[in-house]
Write a protein that binds this ligand. Structure first.
Ligand code: XUL
Ligand code: CO
Length: 442
C-alpha cells in the first residue's frame, strides 16, 4: 500500500531556479560546504510524533488532516505497523537520513508495563527491518514520560517514588531500544519535570531526584555499551508553569552541581530558546561555551505567540545565525537537525508533509551556505580576534594567568593619567556584513 502516491522517491535537488514544489532548491546532499558535504553538516531527521501521530487535533477541536494510517484498526499493533509503513515510506521518499521517536509514537501502551514493553520490542523489530530496507538511521530515541495520566506530577521529580520507578523502567526499556536501533543519541525532555505551584512543591528535593535519575541513565548507558550521547532538551515552561531544564545555562549549572557535565549534553530546540527569552544562536553559543553542545530540534516560534507553536523553520536569517554558532562549535558529532515541527492545522493534505520538510531543509541549507561562507572567510572571526587582542598582550595574560592582584591593578591604574582608548563595537557594520553573506549565499 502506498500512502504518498504523488511523490517519486526520493525528492531531488533541482537548484534555485526550479519551480517544482516537490524538489529541493538549496539542499544538495553531496555538495561540499566548509569542508563537509551538506548531508554531513546538516544530518536532518524527521520526527515521528508531529508528522505521523498527529491528525491536527487541538484543544478546541478534532483532527483535520488526511491521515489514513491513523484510521481505526481493530488491533492497536496492526495500527502501529500501518503507521510505521507510512512513516518509512515518507522518510525514504524525502531523503532525510535520520528519524526520531518516542516509545509511545511507535508502539501502543499495553494494559500493563510488561505488555507495553512487549509491544515496544515488537515494533523495534519492525523498525529494524524498515531501517535495513531503506538505509534510514536513528538520530535519537526518547521515552514519553508526560502523556499518560500517571505522570501528572512529573516522572523523576514526582512526589511519589513509585512514579520514579515506573519512569526509570520505561527509560531503561527505551534506552535499550535506541541502542539496538543504532541510535546516535538518547534524549530526555522533562515533559512535566517542574511545578504548577510552589505551594505544594519541594524544589530542592525534586532536583535531587532528577539528578539521581540522570545518574541511573548514564550508568545504564555504560552498562549496555551505548556509545551515543545522552541529551537533555531545555524548555522553560509548557506544559508546567516552570520547568527545571529552563534553558542551556540552567541545565549546565544543574549538570555541574551533580557531576553530570561530562556525560550529558543538550538538545537545543529553537522554539524553546525563544520561549526562554533567548534566541537560537544564543543557546547554541551558551552550550558551546559550556562544552555541552549536542543536537538541535529545528523549528520556529511565532513572534506574537507565547507558546510552543513548533513551526517549520522559514527564516534564513535566524537559522544562519544559529548555523554559524554550530560551525563555530565544530559542527555536529553525534547530533543533527531534527524537525520537531508540525504543520498548521489547515494544511490537511498528505503532500503538505513534504512541502513542510522541503521548505525546512532548504531553509537550513541556505543558512548553512551563508554561515559556511562567513566561517570560511573568517570575516567575523577576524573582527572578534581584533576586538579581544589586548587579552593576548602582557596585561591580559598577567590577569588571566593569575599574576595580577586587585591591588597591583590599582597600582597600575593609579600610575596612568589618561583613559583607556574606546573603540567602536561596529555592530551595524557587522550586521551589514552578515546581510551580504545571506544575500549572496548561492
Ligand atoms: C516538546 C518537545 C518534545 C521533545 C521530545 O516541546 O520538544 O517533542 O523534543 O520529547
Ligand atoms: Co523538541
Amino acid at each position: 500500500m502506498t500512502f504518498f502516491p504523488d511523490v517519486e522517491a526520493p525528492i531531488a535537488y533541482e537548484g534555485p531556479e526550479s519551480d517544482n514544489p516537490l524538489a529541493f532548491r538549496w539542499y544538495d546532499a553531496e555538495r561540499s560546504v566548509a569542508g563537509r558535504t551538506m548531508a554531513e553538516h546538516l544530518r536532518f531527521a524527521v520526527c515521528y510524533w508531529h508528522s505521523f501521530n498527529w491528525d491536527g487535533f487541538d484543544i478546541f477541536g478534532a483532527g483535520t488532516m488526511d491521515r489514513p494510517w491513523l484510521g481505526a484498526q481493530s488491533d492497536p499493533m496492526d495500527a502501529a505497523r500501518r503507521k510505521m509503513d507510512a512513516a518509512f515510506e515518507f522518510f525514504s521518499k524525502l531523503g532525510a537520513p535520520f528519524w526520531c521517536f518516542h516509545d509511545r509514537d511507535i508502539a501502543p501502551e499495553g494494559a500493563t508495563f510488561a505488555e507495553s514493553c512487549r509491544n515496544l520490542e515488537a515494533m523495534v523489530d519492525e523498525a529494524a527491518q524498515h531501517m535495513e530496507a531503506t538505509g534510514m538511521r536513528l538520530l535519537w530515541g526518547t521515552a514519553n514520560l508526560f502523556s499518560n495520566p500517571r505522570y501528572q506530577a512529573g516522572a523523576a521529580t514526582n512526589p511519589d517514588p513509585e512514579l520514579f520507578a515506573y519512569a526509570a523502567g520505561q527509560v531503561c526499556q527505551v534506552l535499550e531500544a535506541t541502542h539496538r536501533l543504532g541510535g546516535s543519541n538518547y534524549v530526555l525532555w522533562g515533559g512535566r519535570e517542574g511545578y504548577e505551584t510552589l505551594l505544594n512543591t519541594d524544589m530542592g528535593r525534586e532536583l535531587e531526584q532528577l539528578a539521581r535519575f540522570l545518574h541511573l541513565v548514564v550508568e545504564h548507558k555504560h552498562a549496555i555499551g551505548f556509545e551515543g550521547t545522552i541529551l537533555i532538551e531545555p524548555k522553560p515552561f509548557e506544559p508546567t508553569k516552570h520547568q527545571y531544564d529552563y534553558d542551556v545555562a540552567a541545565v549546565h549549572a544543574f549538570l555541574q552541581k551533580y557531576d553530570l557535565a561530562e556525560d550529558v549534553c543538550v538538545n537545543i530546540e529553537v522554539n524553546h530558546a525563544t520561549l526562554s527569552g533567548h534566541d537560537f544562536a544564543h543557546e547554541v553559543a551558551a552550550a558551546a561555551a559550556a562544552g555541552i553542545f549536542g543536537s538541535i530540534d529545528a523549528n520556529a516560534g511565532d513572534d506574537r505567540l507565547g507558546w510552543d507553536v513548533d513551526r517549520f523553520p522559514v527564516s534564513v536569517e535566524q537559522m544562519t545565525l544559529g548555523m554559524y554558532e554550530i560551525l563555530r562549535a565544530g559542527g555536529f558529532t553525534t547530533g543533527g537537525l531534527n524537525f520537531d515541527a508540525k504543520l498548521r492545522r489547515q494544511s490537511i493534505d498528505r503532500n503538505d508533509l513534504f512541502h513542510a520538510h522541503i521548505g525546512g531543509m532548504d531553509t537550513m541549507a541556505r543558512a548553512l551556505l551563508a554561515a559556511g561562507a562567513m566561517w570560511e572567510d573568517g570575516a567575523l572571526e577576524d573582527i572578534r580576534r581584533d576586538r579581544y587582542a589586548g587579552w593576548d598582550g602582557e596585561l591580559g595574560t598577567d590577569i588571566l594567568d593569575g599574576r595580577a592582584t586587585l591591588a597591583s591593578l590599582r597600582e597600575r591604574t593609579l600610575g596612568r593619567d589618561d583613559e583607556p582608548t574606546r573603540v567602536s563595537g561596529r555592530q551595524e557594520e557587522i550586521e551589514n556584513l552578515v546581510a551580504r553573506y545571506i544575500e549572496r549565499a548561492r
